[in-house]
Design a protein around this ligand. Structure first.
Ligand code: ZN
Length: 71
C-alpha cells in the first residue's frame, strides 16, 4: 500500500479553493493552499471574526433624534 501514489483525493476537496486535494498535501490541493491555511491560523483569522467592514461602532447608526448629549 502506497498512499503517496494517489494523485488526488476526490473525497476531500481542498478547503481553501475547493479543488481536488492532492494526497501529498492533504487535505489541500497544493502547498500554496496549505500555506494559506497556515497563515490563517497564524494571523488568528480562525479565532477572530472578520471585522474589516465594520468601522468599530457609531459610524453607521447616528442618533436619529440628535440628542447625543443626553444618553
Ligand atoms: Zn487548494
Amino acid at each position: 500500500m502506497n498512499d503517496n501514489d494517489l494523485p488526488v483525493d476526490p473525497q476531500r476537496p481542498c478547503p481553501i479553493c475547493g479543488k481536488p486535494a492532492l494526497v501529498k498535501f492533504k487535505p489541500f490541493c497544493s502547498k500554496r493552499c496549505a500555506d494559506v491555511d497556515l497563515h490563517r491560523w497564524l494571523s488568528g483569522s480562525y479565532v477572530i471574526p472578520a471585522t474589516e467592514d465594520d468601522d468599530e461602532d457609531g459610524d453607521s447608526t447616528p442618533a436619529p433624534g440628535g440628542d447625543e448629549d443626553e444618553r
